[in-house]
Design a protein around this ligand. Structure first.
Ligand code: F6R
Length: 588
């Protein structure tokens, strides 16, 4: 997803702009640009490609100026071209803009601006902001008035930073994150604290409908109506040091290995917060659990755990489907929203709708400073540290571990999640990574389709394993509730299919084994993931016996993550930055 950085400093800002864009690369993007102000003129350099590549083609880091803005773009409106990359200048070149989000009424605004003589150079929705600001500034010669006049015409969700040729940076946000960083030598405006955390841990989080105007003497904040507002300065306790690959070839494999630790970190919670979280669940008449992608798979597991252990109805709803399925959400409802980034647009929109219907919002997030964490009634962090690989790995197991801790607290320990015991079992699974790599090389040369079968608590892992294989290795993979095979998917089984069977020795065992027989009879290759061997498996990945069958997800997902990672390498895909995907999906 797009990243924004703006800096006003006492030294040339271009090297820091480029560094910041690199720090935020994990969010996913297709083009890069920087604009700086030098001798009262704004220069813009931008192009498609990765930050290093565009920097070495265009010498971004060598641009002169004490004020600048930078951007990585993830195309939404208009193709991936140099022209469509940000920053976008206005006609005179005296204002340049970087933006994240979507301006829904840009076509209408563009028509009006063109009829007034503005010349557009890109196909983006962003460019209207630059021309609107120019229009407003020419009329008022006042940046605050120009900003208010502009935001009041924009519809959609956005965060943008505009650089003016007089050395001022002005920014505004509505439903997209924007944070101000403050150090002794500079002010920063960024979509992500990682954009400036290497320079300062002092941050001011702008609220929705805030405008900030910054020059080297300080920052003034107003609301869209022009009234001054105060935002407190927070010390951001986010471990930047973790945001490197260490001895690993990729962030993804580093993060897979970190799960030994991160599943434990997820369960350390402040007493008053976890109490408030659990009290709200107990008091609720109805509990809806929501999330997107991997976090939705955690929602499925959380709902199963809650219903089984607490004998209470938990309903999982995909965040993107929430708005169509909220007739029964009311003031008696608690919505548990699960998200790694805490910025996923579908999740934020679900919680907004639920809150408007009177529901209480609980959240489980990784990024503690995110919009979801800050707007929920109670928020618990999973403490996984930065997850840079675009595909969720440690955040998933962190979320699931926290779900166990919550359900155990609510039920007097009925699941029996013991973090040290599970961490040891995960360590053992990780020790088998070389075997998984060999399995990829043995099984995959001729295979186009992978299916994963599981029942009950194993079904969400079948879905999650399939998602990892699609994202990381670009293979067709499908998670199927094993009992559904005979209702359709069996038609697809033949000698070209590889089928993972999630078959722990629990109450799903014999039913799932029958499913494996049905598939085997059609010629498919079977990889069993189980704690008991069986001749039917062409290959088997052994998992440890768990004391409670509800605990299997945490050990079953590890070999599937590893398999997906090695399959990505086998398929020459970049596991950290899969094509077409963004880490934080801030558009619906
Ligand atoms: C899968 C993946 C995505 C995210 C989804 C939600 O590996 O990364 O499916 O899980 O976009 O993101 P968060 O959890 O940040 O809300």
């Amino acid at each position: 997803m797009c990243s924004i950085i703006g800096i006003i400093g006492k030294n040339f800002v271009a090297p820091a702009l480029v560094e910041s864009l690199k720090r935020m690369e994990y969010r996913g993007y297709d083009s890069v640009g920087v604009a700086t102000l030098s001798t009262n003129r704004i220069s813009v350099r931008k192009g498609i490609g990765k930050v290093n590549q565009v920097n070495s083609n265009l010498n971004l880091a060598e641009m002169e100026g004490l004020v600048g803005i930078g951007h990585t773009r993830w195309a939404t409106h208009g193709g991936v071209t140099d022209y469509n990359a940000h920053p976008h200048p206005c006609c005179s070149g005296d204002i340049a803009v970087v933006h994240n989000g979507i301006i829904e009424n840009y076509l209408q605004l563009k028509e009006e601006l063109v009829s007034k003589g503005h010349l557009f150079r890109s196909e983006t929705d962003t460019e209207v902001i630059a021309h609107l600001l120019e229009d407003q500034y020419n009329a008022s010669r006042d940046i605050k008035v120009a900003m208010m006049g502009t935001v009041n015409q924009l519809e959609g969700s956005y965060a943008f930073v505009a650089m003016f040729a007089n050395g001022t940076l002005a920014c505004a946000r509505l439903d997209e994150p924007l944070v101000i960083g403050i150090s002794d030598n500079a002010y920063y405006a960024s979509s992500d604290v990682l954009g400036f955390l290497q320079y300062t841990d002092q941050a001011m989080f702008l609220d929705n409908r805030d405008i900030a105007i910054m020059d080297i003497t300080g920052t003034c904040i107003f609301n869209f109506g022009g009234e001054s507002v105060t935002r407190s300065v927070t010390k951001v306790a986010w471990e930047l040091a973790d945001a490197n690959k260490g001895e690993f070839a990729h962030y993804t494999i580093k993060e897979i290995f970190e799960q030994r630790i991160s599943i434990k970190a997820a369960t350390y919670q402040e007493e008053h917060k976890i109490k408030a979280f659990c009290d709200a669940i107990v008091a609720a008449g109805k509990i809806v659990v929501t999330g997107s992608g991997t976090s939705y798979h955690t929602s499925l597991i959380t709902s199963m755990l809650g219903a089984r252990v607490m004998k209470k109805r938990f309903e999982p709803v995909m965040a993107s489907e929430f708005k169509y399925n909220m007739d029964s959400v009311d003031k008696d409802t608690v919505v548990i929203a699960i998200s790694q980034s805490g910025e996923t647009a579908d999740v934020l929109s679900a919680t907004k709708l639920a809150r408007a219907a009177g529901a209480k919002i609980l959240s489980i997030v990784n990024v503690p400073t995110s919009s979801l964490a800050r707007t929920a009634d109670v928020s618990l962090g999973i403490n996984s540290g930065p997850e840079i690989g675009v595909a969720a790995t440690k955040s998933f197991t962190g979320q699931v571990s926290l779900a166990y801790a919550i359900v155990d607290r609510l039920s007097g320990g009925k699941v029996g999640f013991e973090r040290d015991v599970v961490s040891d079992k995960i360590t053992k699974m990780l020790g088998g990574s070389a075997g998984i790599e060999r399995l990829v090389n043995m099984t995959m040369p001729k295979v186009n389709d992978i299916y994963l079968l599981g029942r009950s608590i194993h079904f969400p892992i079948a879905l999650e394993g399939a998602l990892k294989m699609k994202e990381l290795a670009y293979v067709h993979a499908e998670g199927i509730a094993a009992g559904e095979l005979k209702h359709g998917p069996l038609a697809l089984m033949d000698k070209n299919a590889v089928v993972f069977v999630l078959n722990a020795d629990d109450k799903t065992y014999s039913d799932t084994l029958s499913s494996a027989h049905e598939v085997k009879a059609r010629g498919a290759k079977i990889i069993g993931i189980s704690n008991v061997s069986n001749d039917i498996y062409d290959a088997m990945i052994e998992i440890p016996k768990m004391d409670n069958e509800l605990l299997y997800p945490l050990v079953e997902i590890i070999p599937l993550q590893l398999f997906s990672y090695y399959l990505a390498l086998h398929n020459n895909a970049d596991p950290d930055f899969p094509r077409n995907l963004a880490k934080s999906v801030t558009v619906s």
